[in-house]
Design a protein around this ligand. Structure first.
Ligand code: NAD
Length: 521
């Protein structure tokens, strides 16, 4: 695996700016179709989370470079908006085929910079690809409405127009999927785009940009800048940017929503989560235990839809939790490139420290630590990775820190409730409302849960109910700001505005075929 991984590094090195002789590459930006290296002197380091090895430096782009990128997007908008929707969709069709062909290469980059297992990285690409496929149907989704003869000789019709320059700010946990939620659909709708990927995983975005331009995308339609707070604030303040798509944590999400909207921009902000499931006593114990392990610990719990909190009803935890702990204890923590690994590392040493601190707080506050994933055994050569293994708490209480905070690590927190009403009430009192699930054989319980639960995405015997892109990724309460969701019809509505035309063509003005004189009106 070590050999495999170092081979991977050398091929990556070839992929980036040949002008750098050093072993660590500077991540390029894309401005007006050109792949360029920033002239900045400020950088963020990108480390392989399973070894700690430095693999790249991502620039804090200068104000001049970011302005150039926004200007390029603004200039490209004037021509791109006039390209017929079906022609724009043809580019997206080409892009989806290219992503499909390049899936393995993209997945390897994800595994190297983000750490998730290769199998999970392929899923990251595929879930993004599905949104690109859906963006190919944008011409139909852009269609408006018509009502003829709303008054004598008067018709009204509406259609959807692009907004202009749209920006996207992405998190570290799905380096391919979330960027692909954004720019293909925005561009298909006729907008131009400014992408700022997470400074922790910029290399996947570079690959997505390379493929985009190799498909023949016109210069300036999608541009990419890098950085952290300054780049985000540039986007929030740029007079060219009309709308911002954000996915990430609550601190950044609230800031971007407030600063962007106060500057008159449209903002959709998908944020943190604490996804609960309810387990009713009528379930099959073994299959629910298997499901919980995958949904809580997959991707080392670094998924906004990870099922991180289980509410067991009517004492069923006594049957299921020992099974969950037994299965979880068999899961192997290790580098994402190794086929034997079930969980990769956390993104950074800071994330590891934070998760370990939260685990300790659970112990200190009196929850029962059924399985402790701190300091797991990892293959030789990977001692410097950011490892935490599957961890399970029972007897957690709503006031505890492990319950209140989004842990974003492989930690399952379990609570109990005497009945479904109480379980629903626990979930509805939590500040987040991203996803939730119920496991039951009762249609009546599932129906009640669906109707009363305050979460945007509900699974019935489905642990991670992320909707396919003909629907939208929804969320409630502190998991979302803004009222138009990502992808699906709602995504098209976010990236467009309605224009409504009322026209009067008077019947009396129709030129008579028998007129012999020159019309004078
Ligand atoms: P993050 O908020 O740290 O970073 C996201 C982006 O915001 C990055 O591009 C970063 O540069 C920028 N940023 C970070 N802090 C900022 C600040 N204070 N001011 C301005 N910009 C800032 O998020 P992350 O750690 O990369 O991602 C994990 C979070 O994302 C989790 O909370 C997870 O639940 C959430 N997430 C949500 C969804 C969803 O659809 N609801 C999907 C994926 C991830």
């Amino acid at each position: 695996t070590v050999l495999q991984s170092s081979r991977r590094v050398s091929s990556l090195r070839c992929a980036f700016s040949a002008s750098f002789a050093s072993s660590v590459k500077d991540v390029p930006m894309f401005i007006n179709g050109e792949k360029r290296v920033s002239s900045t002197t400020k950088f963020h380091e990108v480390h392989d989370p399973s070894t700690g090895r430095l693999i790249a430096r991502v620039p804090d782009c200068t104000q001049a470079e970011m302005t150039e990128a926004a200007n390029a997007a603004q200039a490209a908008f004037h021509t791109w908006r006039r390209v017929p929707p079906s022609e724009r969709a043809r580019l997206i069709l080409k892009y989806q085929a290219a992503i499909r062909d390049e899936t393995e290469n993209i997945a390897k980059i994800i595994t190297e910079e983000q750490g998730k297992t290769l199998a999970d990285a392929r899923g990251d690409v595929f879930r993004g690809l599905e949104v690109v496929e859906h963006a190919c149907s944008t011409p139909s989704l852009l269609m408006g409405e018509t009502l003829g003869s709303i008054a004598r000789d008067v018709d009204t019709y509406s259609f959807r127009e692009p907004l202009g320059v749209v920006a996207g700010i992405t998190p570290f946990n799905f380096p391919a999927m979330i960027a692909l939620w954004m720019f293909p659909l925005a561009a298909a709708c006729g907008n131009t785009f400014l992408l700022k990927p997470s400074e922790r995983v910029p290399l996947t975005a570079v690959k997505l940009m390379e493929i985009w331009h190799a498909c023949g995308a016109p210069a300036g339609v999608v541009n990419m800048i890098h950085g952290a707070h300054d780049a985000v604030n540039f986007i929030c303040d740029s007079p060219h940017v009309q709308a911002i798509s954000f996915v990430g944590g609550n601190t950044a999400g609230r800031h971007i929503y407030q600063r962007g909207t106060s500057n008159g921009k449209r903002v959709q902000s998908n944020m943190g989560a604490k996804n609960h499931c309810v387990i009713m006593p009528d379930v099959d114990y073994d299959s629910v235990a298997q499901t919980l392990v995958g949904a809580a610990f997959g991707a080392a719990g670094q998924r906004c839809m990870a099922l991180s909190t289980a509410v067991f009803v009517g004492g069923v935890e006594r049957e299921i939790l020992p099974r969950v702990a037994d299965i979880a204890a068999t899961k192997k923590v290790g580098p994402g490139f190794a086929e034997t690994s079930d969980l990769g590392p956390l993104i950074s040493p800071q994330a590891r420290k934070r998760v370990e601190g939260l685990i300790q707080s659970g112990v200190d506050e009196g929850a029962t630590l059924l399985l402790d994933g701190r300091n797991p055994t990892v293959p030789a050569g990977y001692e410097n990775g950011n490892w935490v293994g599957p961890t399970i708490f029972s007897n957690a209480k709503p006031h505890m820190k492990i319950y209140q905070e989004e842990i974003f690590g492989p930690v399952l927190v379990s609570l109990t409730a005497p009945n479904l009403d109480d379980a629903i009430s626990i979930i509805n009192r939590n500040k987040y409302g991203n996803g939730t699930a119920i496991f039951t054989r009762s249609g009546a319980a599932a129906r009640k849960f669906t109707n009363e639960i305050g979460a945007g995405q509900v699974g019935i015997n489905v642990p991670i109910p992320v909707p396919l892109p003909m629907f939208s990724f929804t969320g409630n309460r502190a998991s979302i700001m803004g009222d138009l969701n990502f992808y699906g019809k709602s995504g098209v509505h976010f990236y467009t505005q309605l224009k409504t035309v009322t026209s009067a063509w008077r019947e009396k003005d129709v030129i008579s075929a028998s007129t012999m004189v020159m019309p004078t009106y």
